[in-house]
Design a protein around this ligand. Structure first.
Ligand SMILES: [Cu+2]
Length: 475
C-alpha cells in the first residue's frame, strides 16, 4: 500500500516538473504522443515533388523543415538575400494524404537573424499553425494537425512584417492527396511564382536589397518562377518525352501579383481549379491567386520547347517569368508540321529575350572586333523586334538601319537616340517615319557595342563608337 502511494507521489512530482519545464520552454516541443510511430515525410526541392502516395491509409507523419536565410542569384549578375523554407525558393514540397496526422517540426537555423513562423493553408486551426510556430534563430517549434481537406495548399511565413517575409521568398506548397488518388502521370513538377522588389531596377548588378516602398506600390522588378530568372530554363528546363503525361503543381507566393499561368503551345487537359477538387478541361490559361495554387495535367504529343509564362506578358519577357518544358521524341506531322525554332521567343545564344533590359551581362570589349560581337547580341535582344534581323525595318512603322542615310550622317545623333529614345517625324532613305522609339534600358557600354555593330553591318559606313563617346554625349 505504502509503496503504491510513493509511486503515485513520484509520478505526480515528475508530471508537475515536466509542466514546469514546458512552461519555461516556450518551444512547445512535446506534442508527440509516446509510443505512437511517426513516419518521416519525404521533402523535395523545386522543381521536383515527392513520390505519389498511392492508396496508403491515413498515417502519422513527421515533417522537419528548416528555415535558412541565404544570399543567392535572382538574375544574371544580380543577387538577393532570400529567406527560405528548406534552403530554396519556393520552399521544400510537402506531400501528405487526406486524413494524415502531421507532427510539424519547424527549425530556425542558428545563423539566421530573424524569428519566423509558418502558416500552412492546409491546416484547420488558428493561423494555420502560425500561432504555435514563432521560432527564434537556433530554436525549434513543434505543433501538430490533421489534414482533412484534400488539395494543393500554399504555406508561408506569417511573421510581421508579413509582406516582407513573403516577398523575401518564404513560401512553398503542401499537397494533401485525396483518399482516392489522382490519376497517374509520367512526370510531376513543382513550379511557384513570386514577385520581387529590389532597390535597383531589373538587371542592376550586385546584391540588391529589398525595397519596401516598391512592394507597397506593387511594382516588382522581378516576377519569376522558382525564385530566380532562368531557374527552369536552359539546362535546368523541365523535361518530358513525347507521349508522356505531365502534371505541374503551380503555386503563387505573391506577395502581390496573381498569375495568368500559361504554357505556350500546349493546352491543359485537366485543371484542378485553384488547387481544389473541381476539374476543368481544355484550358489555355489558368488564374493562380496570390497565396493560391492550381494543378494542371497535359499530355505532350509533339517535340519542342514549350515556354512557360505568366501571360501578363511583360512579366515574362521583361521581369523573368519564363520557364521551359523541353519535350523530346518523334514528330507527329499529323498534329503539327510547322517549324521548331526556339528563336521565335528566345534571343541568340539560348538566353531569354529581355527587351528592353540589361539582364544580359557582358564583359568589357577589348577591341573593335569584340565590341561588334557583343553588339550583335545587344541587337538581337533589343532591336530586332522592331528594326528586324536584317536591319530593313518595317514599312510604315520602323525605319531601316541598313544603309541608313540618317544613321550614317550623324553618329552623335544616333548615340542620343539610343540614350533617350526618339519621337517625331524623321526621314530615312527618302521615306518619312513619324513614330516612337522607346528609351531602352541599356548601359553606355551596350550602346557603344550595338552602334558599332550596326555601323559595321548592313552595308553601313563602318567605324567604332566607344563607351567614352557615349558617356560624354549629352543633350
Ligand atoms: Cu519569416
Amino acid at each position: 500500500m505504502k509503496k503504491r502511494f510513493l509511486t503515485i507521489t513520484a509520478i505526480i512530482a515528475l508530471f508537475s516538473l515536466s509542466i514546469l519545464i514546458s512552461a519555461f520552454n516556450n518551444e512547445n516541443k512535446d506534442t508527440k504522443t509516446d509510443g505512437v510511430k511517426f513516419t518521416q515525410a519525404e521533402l523535395t526541392h523545386p522543381p521536383f515533388v515527392p513520390q505519389a502516395l498511392g492508396n496508403r491509409k491515413p498515417s502519422n507523419i513527421r515533417v522537419d523543415l528548416e528555415i535558412i536565410e541565404k544570399e543567392g542569384p535572382i538574375a544574371n549578375g544580380v543577387s538577393y538575400t532570400f529567406w527560405t523554407f528548406g534552403g530554396t525558393v519556393p520552399g521544400s514540397f510537402i506531400r501528405v494524404k487526406e486524413g494524415d496526422f502531421v507532427e510539424f517540426h519547424l527549425k530556425n537555423n542558428p545563423n539566421n537573424k530573424l524569428p519566423h513562423n509558418i502558416d500552412l493553408h492546409a491546416v484547420t486551426g488558428q493561423g494555420g499553425g502560425a500561432a504555435s510556430s514563432l521560432t527564434a534563430p537556433g530554436h525549434e517549434s513543434v505543433f501538430s494537425f490533421r489534414v482533412i481537406n484534400p488539395g494543393l495548399y500554399v504555406y508561408h511565413c506569417a511573421t510581421a512584417p508579413v509582406g516582407m517575409h513573403i516577398a523575401n521568398g518564404m513560401y512553398g506548397l503542401i499537397l494533401v492527396e485525396p483518399k482516392v488518388p489522382m490519376p497517374k502521370v509520367d512526370k510531376e513538377y513543382y513550379v511557384m511564382q513570386g514577385d520581387f522588389y529590389t532597390a535597383g531596377a531589373n538587371g542592376d548588378q550586385g546584391l540588391q536589397p529589398f525595397d519596401m516602398s516598391k512592394a507597397i506600390k506593387e511594382q516588382p522588378d522581378y516576377v519569376v518562377f522558382n525564385g530566380a530568372t532562368g531557374a527552369i530554363t536552359g539546362d535546368k528546363s523541365l523535361t518530358a518525352k513525347v507521349g508522356e503525361k505531365v502534371r505541374i503543381y503551380i503555386g503563387n507566393g505573391g506577395p502581390n501579383l496573381v498569375s495568368s499561368f500559361h504554357v505556350i503551345g500546349e493546352i491543359f487537359d485537366n485543371v484542378y481549379i485553384e488547387g481544389g477538387s473541381l476539374i476543368n478541361h481544355n484550358v489555355q490559361t489558368t488564374l493562380v491567386p496570390a497565396g493560391g495554387s492550381a494543378i494542371v495535367d497535359f499530355k505532350v504529343d509533339v517535340p519542342g520547347t514549350f515556354i512557360i509564362v505568366d501571360h501578363s506578358i511583360f512579366r515574362a519577357f521583361n521581369k523573368g517569368a519564363i520557364g521551359m518544358l523541353k519535350v523530346t521524341g518523334p514528330e507527329n506531322k499529323d498534329l503539327y508540321s510547322g517549324k521548331q525554332d526556339d528563336r521565335i521567343y528566345l534571343a541568340e545564344g539560348g538566353s531569354i529575350q529581355t527587351m528592353p533590359s540589361v539582364a544580359i551581362v557582358q564583359p568589357v570589349a577589348k577591341n573593335l572586333q569584340e565590341r561588334i560581337a557583343y553588339g550583335k547580341i545587344v541587337f538581337a535582344n533589343n532591336c530586332v523586334a522592331c528594326h528586324q534581323a536584317d536591319g530593313q525595318g518595317l514599312k510604315g512603322a520602323f525605319p531601316p538601319l541598313a544603309k541608313s542615310d540618317y544613321l550614317n550622317a550623324d553618329k552623335d545623333r544616333a548615340i542620343k537616340i539610343l540614350k533617350n529614345g526618339l519621337q517625331g517625324a524623321i526621314t530615312v532613305n527618302g521615306t518619312r517615319f513619324d513614330s516612337v522609339m522607346p528609351k531602352l534600358a541599356l548601359t553606355d557600354e551596350q550602346i557603344a557595342n550595338v552602334l558599332s555593330y550596326i555601323l559595321n553591318s548592313f552595308e553601313n559606313s563602318g567605324g567604332e563608337i566607344t563607351t567614352t563617346q557615349v558617356t560624354n554625349q549629352h543633350d
